[in-house]
Design a protein around this ligand. Structure first.
Ligand code: TRP
Ligand code: SF4
Length: 400
């Protein structure tokens, strides 16, 4: 059986911090082992808010991709690409804009929120309103089964599902569907086409669910079918026609939230970050100057870990024994804050050592990063073109 396809993207923001690592990249690295993964740089998305600040984007792209590789995203297993290298994203965005109700876009919670949050910028633009639609096109273009995202992006995936449903409803039956389904049936081989027709009839005429399940299993097990034919047969079996776009699921990243150095959410704009590839001395200094429980003025004052951002980092970086040592030592003033911070520094350094190592060859040889992306673009293009061929045909634009 073919692997489930997964797609996720990030806006190019330059070098990444450990919040990105624990919040997204660690999950990507895990997913690439079992899924067919596509990870892309959402450079057009960056333009939806940074349209007046285009210089930052280019360098940010390469720095960010190096951090993905440093985290362990493996270009042999996952495809890494850049959105703007594949005009199919724009084409699908445009075609879907024809059938996207304005109200759906206006209702997405991030629309008003972001406009208010970034009030220093005029975001009453066409591109900004359409940004969730662009994200939908990104996802639907790859017929992704799963989209690993943070909580803030879940409404966008929900919106994508609704759009896919609407699209399939409007255009779901490709021209010549019956003939193509029958041709696909022949590829099943053996006497399986006969069995398929029997099961189909039992489901469609007698409503026999067991026959439907059996039919689906028959399709799933077949080695000789491509994606398009497989989908045709599913649609032929249950009578729904061909599903052109696939409804994706949001896969929430259950991530340990890494707090920033000041205890707030880690973010470049708050200046409270630890980068993924921090110089060891700089890293140590950042942790050593971190604020702790403000009630602990003197070394002899007992402290309370719950009121201390260092404790939150222990929860990500320390073993249960060390955490126990912190809890007891802090509350009894048995340990000092400098002492307490040491295991966090060591934990971070241990995490970052392999990242520095993996990044080295790409920093020394920038051509290598370009090659990784080139290769990823090629693989992405195959899938994107396959979908677009179906979409164009479904919308009457094939001109054969
Ligand atoms: N919108 C996402 C963000 O701002 C980035 C993104 C764009 C994305 N297209 C995507 C994420 C498709 C997942 C899938 O973080
Ligand atoms: Fe924070 Fe540790 Fe100091 Fe307690 S001992 S206040 S947990 S740094």
């Amino acid at each position: 059986m073919s692997k489930q396809r997964v797609l996720s993207g990030m806006r190019p923001t330059g070098r990444l911090h450990i919040g990105h690592y624990h919040g997204a990249l660690k999950n990507w690295v895990r997913l690439q082992e079992e899924k067919e993964c596509f990870f892309f740089v959402a450079d057009w998305h960056a333009l939806t808010t940074a349209y007046d600040d285009v210089q930052v984007i280019e360098n940010s792209v390469w720095d960010m991709v190096i951090d993905w590789l440093a985290a362990g995203v493996d270009p042999e297993k996952a495809s890494i690409f850049i959105q703007s290298r594949l005009p199919q994203h724009a084409e699908l965005h445009l075609l879907m804009s024809m059938m996207t109700p304005l109200g759906w876009l206006e209702r997405i919670p991030t629309y008003k929120d972001q406009q208010e949050k970034l009030s220093n910028k005029d975001l009453s633009t066409y591109g900004f309103l359409g940004y969730p639609l662009l994200m939908s096109a990104d996802i639907l273009l790859y017929r992704a089964a799963g989209v690993p995202v943070g909580e803030d992006q879940v409404p966008h995936v929900e919106f994508t599902r609704e759009l896919a449903r609407r699209f399939n409803h409007l255009y779901g039956r490709e021209p010549g569907f019956e003939d193509k389904a029958k041709a696909a049936l022949k590829k099943l081989g053996g006497k399986r086409d006969k069995l398929f027709m029997e099961l189909r009839q039992r489901f469609q005429q007698e409503g026999d669910r067991a026959a439907l399940e059996e039919g689906r299993a028959l399709i799933a097990q077949s080695q000789s079918l491509g994606t398009a034919d497989r989908e045709r047969l599913y649609g032929y079996l249950d009578g729904s026609g061909k599903q052109i776009l696939v409804e994706p699921e949001a896969w929430l990243t259950e991530a340990s939230r890494v707090v920033g150095l000041d205890g707030q959410k880690m973010s470049k704009s708050y200046g409270n970050t630890v980068m993924m590839r921090e110089e060891p001395e700089a890293l140590a200094k950042k942790i050593k100057t971190m604020p702790t429980d403000t009630n602990r003025v003197r070394r002899t004052d007992p402290g309370e870990p719950e009121r201390c951002p260092v404790w939150q980092l222990h929860q990500v970086y320390s073993t249960p024994e060390t955490r126990e040592w912190v809890q007891t030592g802090c509350r009894s003033a048995g340990i000092g804050c400098i002492e307490c911070k040491q295991p966090v520094i060591e934990g971070m350094m241990a995490e970052q050592a392999p990242m520095h190592e993996r990044a080295m060859r790409y920093i020394e040889n920038p051509k290598l990063v370009r090659e990784v992306v080139e290769h990823g673009c090629e693989r992405a293009r195959v899938v994107a073109e396959e979908t677009m061929a179906d979409v164009r045909a479904a919308m009457g634009l094939a001109y054969r």
